[in-house]
Design a protein around this ligand. Sequence first.
Ligand SMILES: [Zn+2]
Ligand SMILES: [Zn+2]
Length: 1232
Amino acid sequence: MSSRPGKTAPRLILDILTYDPRYEKRAGRNILTDPPSHYDPTKPADRAVPVKNCKHMFMTKHEQSILPKPGILPDQETLYKVSSFCQKCRYHLDLIVDFHDYGVRNAPCPNKDFPLHHFIYQEEDPNEQDVYLDHNIPKTFRFQCSAKQCPANLRISIRPPRLKEQYIRLMTDRTFLRRRLESAKRIDPDRTDHMMARPIDGLDFLSSYMKDSLNPQKGKTRIPLLNRKFLVTYGRDCDEMLTEFGFTREVENNGNGDEICWYIPRPPAESDPLAGDNLRVMVEDVIAELSVLISDRADSEKQGVRNTVILPQPSQAEIERALGCLDYNKRIMARAEAKRATEEEDHPYYAGLGALGDFSDELILFAYDRQVETDPRNAAYYFECLQDLAIGRKSPVLEEKVQILASQGQTNRKEVAKAYGYFGIDPLHSTHLTDEIIIGTFRARLQDISPTLEEETRNMLRIVGQARQSSAILQEASNAIETYAQALSWLDISANTPDEFVQTMFTVKTEENPASRDIAVKAVELIAQHRNSERLRSFLINGKMGPEMDIGEAYQILGIQDRVAAIDPTVLVTTLEVQKQIDSDNIPRLEQAYRLICKERFGDAEGGYGAAAPEEPIETHPLDTWPVGCQNIGNTCYLNSVLQFLFTIRPLREMVLNFDNYKQECTPEAIKDKIVGRRKPSIEVVKKAQEFVFELKKLFHMMIQAPSPSVRPEVKLAFLALVKDAQGDPPTKTSPSKGLGVICGMPVMGPMPNPSKADELESKLGDSSVIDGAAMTGLSAVNGSDTQITDGPGQDDSSDKKDNANPFKDNLYEEAIDLDAIDIVSEPTKPDPPSRPPPVPPRPKAALQDSVSTTVEYAARQQDAAEIMMNIFDLFGCAIKPMGTMEDGEQIDLIKELFYTNITYARTTNGTTTLKSDIQDHILTSPGDKDRHIYSALDDEFDIDDLDDPTTRDGAKSTKYEFIARLPPVLIINVRRAVYNAKEEKSFKNERHVALDDTLYLDRYLESTKSMTAAQLLETRKEQWEYKRQLRALQRRKAELEQTALEMSLSDVVECAADYITDLKTADEELLVDLDPLPIEPGLAEQMRIKAHNLRKDSSLLDEPIRQLEERIESHFDGLKDHPYRLHAIFIHRGTATGGHYWIYIHDFKENIWRKYNDERVTEVTDIKEIFTQEEKWPATSTGIVYVREEGKDALTEAVKRDPAKPPSGDVEMKDISDEFANAEVIDGVPA
Ligand SMILES: [Zn+2]
Ligand SMILES: [Zn+2]
């Protein structure tokens, strides 16, 4: 809702009478349109009217006006126009009041409820505003009466004088006149009676010409230049002015040669007040201005003047009548008071209320009510105005109102300022903040404070809510949930959140704060009621979700009466779409009903929907030149990004399309030695994986052949790709729902970047909560049912815990490795604590009977693009046959060839180095604590680490570093965005920018390169490590000097302490009673100040060395360019650690363009900055970065691969097309 003050008609008129566009900049505000600044009683008031402003005396121009008739009220046909000009400054004012009613506005003020109009300035369009900088250009301001039923629409136009200063000078300045006489003598030497024109003549003659032009008469239209009076009065240097005023100049042959002559203006014959600015209006304006100028000349000059002054009529009464305030209710004042009132400016509080000092008390109250209603955010200020005026006017009526308001909780600015301050909001900025922002701030504060402070915090919010008259804020402050929207908001969910997850969030919220249980129940009740969900009702009663929707309910929801009549699939789709429009809050439920009916009718949960997708892309490209988009089938934007990426990797795509050639034979004998991700997959796992690849093949075919700009991935594909336990193991024995996070075949998830392995630092700090890193290694993502027993939600994490504790995890190819030693190298292995703090976000701990399944569903929601991709790699591994095996039996295949990096760990103890190898499907980096380059992020991963080694007796240190033994053609670098803060027990998103180059040189991370031997490269790396070590030391030192727990630097802390000591001493001296003397050393405070100064200096002295080291580190490998990789794709996430949206940018090397794949829309990125720079607020951030080897990039990637089928003609059924893509084998529905 907009919050904007207005002003009553009398106040507006007062402002019109003093508004002067010439001095607007000096005034600092437009007194017509900008609300007056809030009066601060401790400071002198701003002048309401800047000193220089003209106090206009407007005179009516009748020809241009449509004046109100006394005693006749406006009706819905009425339009008034008061056209006038100021007798002093000659500015023109047009005031148009339009009462035309276009609807409910049919009761113009003044009336019983609205004794005056209350006008609110309407924002003009910004183009028009720009010209306001020039005061010579007419300005128009539009106002609307704030009374809901009043049609009054007001336009105020202010135009500068027609007669510019230079024109007046041309006519009246004697220097010009003298010069004109000289030139007249030269031009027309035959005449001897030339006399200098008088200053008044130019004005007078011009006025005559103009008047003649309004009433043209024969013989009075043409003026020869050589006309005696004309020549000396205007000569030849007034041509510009005359032309501007509509005179035309002709050269005519009079028989004796050419003669120059002028014709007076030829304005339209009839005067039309609404015609706008035409020549007639201009002529009339000039005549009006000339009359002022002529009357201003000295009386002695006026002799013989033709245009004696006619007295114009003042406009003020007309303006007041037009605005309905000619005779409003004024207060009775003593004569002295009244005199003062006319001489002095009103108190600024009157302006604040949009009122005048002479208003009756009733009108003051009216003005107050209008202001509060139209500008509730400043209600506290208006209350203060009223409070003060009540006292100043000694008015019992106003006093009473003030008391009533105070008893209703209305507060004044001081209290409100305190309340805003409580939330860290500057009251000055509060008007610009929306209620939502304030509520958000309140909620954030609520999380930080102890429960004992909650009531106080709510009270503060209540004051703010009162002050702003905001019901949303008051509602929030009262902590009550009354509406569906509030219930959703309280549970942090949206209207699209399925019932299952409502239950999850209920559990999460009540776990966080058991005291909130009642309110949580209320929230779920409201949602159950709004959605008419039996399942949620059952959950409230039994603590368990009821059965899914039954088919009868489904028909009812879609409004289908006849359950036996035949239904055309496309009709059903239309029904669904229509219902979605009508009931957009219940889309998940409508879709569920739709699927249920489809399943019953067609044995297929998708029905005709797949073919009838209604999406229209924004850009259109010829189908055969542009990649297809993937429609979002339920928060699957991140899956879509992964699928689009995989599609562009040519060898992978070819493999999928020719899957039969790669398919793993599926017999117990054939897979008995198969190891994928260090696990032996069961037959079921392999079959499921093959089903996935098969589904992917169908999708790829569609992506190539679809006769449309986008395709719809099937739910089954999403299910297989997203649900890790798709092998068939139910996640828990007690879980009543099937699979993970799947509702009626739709994967349920709110994508978010998943917090990955806890940082080393965090582990050192004793934070034992380790965040799910399973998928980060990829190798452990597929939990073969025969190798792992899943028995609870914590299981995944405990296996990760081990991985994390062991820096040599997943060591597949050991060289010279002593296994025992490795275990010892690892950090002290402690047994997993029996119960661990909750991972992120906090998981429910079995508060409800089926909270276990809730937990599992919740976990499924947490998968991000990186995890999905790793899951898919494992599915591939299981689905395809090996090309060979590694030493430990792990399968070698195309996926490993394409994407896996071989990393070697080198560990050095007492001068002996041992090497071990491992494969990784990606490299994981951190964004760091400031924006930085990808090299810097990678450098950190490849830095040398000290290892605490408890085995070496002499306490010798072990170190380890890594190098890349083999680079894959396609290198995936994931960015760890979600960080878990153990102290606050919540995760947040690190939004630091990771700067990317189009080309990334990986030389420095290798063992050796063409130009560097292993020894040389290691030596170079060691130098950089040493620089980095020095840099860290300096940064630590800087942090010691700068950082304290008090959010001020150490030097400031010392300084403050010194001040405190000084204060103590002073207080001590001032005390009259003897106390125990405080043991303060003399001069201590002084010494501390010196110390503070030195600390500050020490800190700033570190800046230069830090900068130099940073520079050196950055440029250390500059020359190494043997292994260039080109940027191919970037996965992008926008949102928070708990949700958001994914898309991907993919480079087309062939066309040399970037495209943005945002679900069904694939668009060209026209401004490359979108990809390489980051917005400041709510930035979209990279979560995954893909580089491909420069050499062979064209064979590795291909962004466009299209062969669209002909669009279906009208008589071909939609079904046929999907059949074509179904590729022989049709799998119905979704695995149960
Ligand atoms: Zn004026
Ligand atoms: Zn009105």
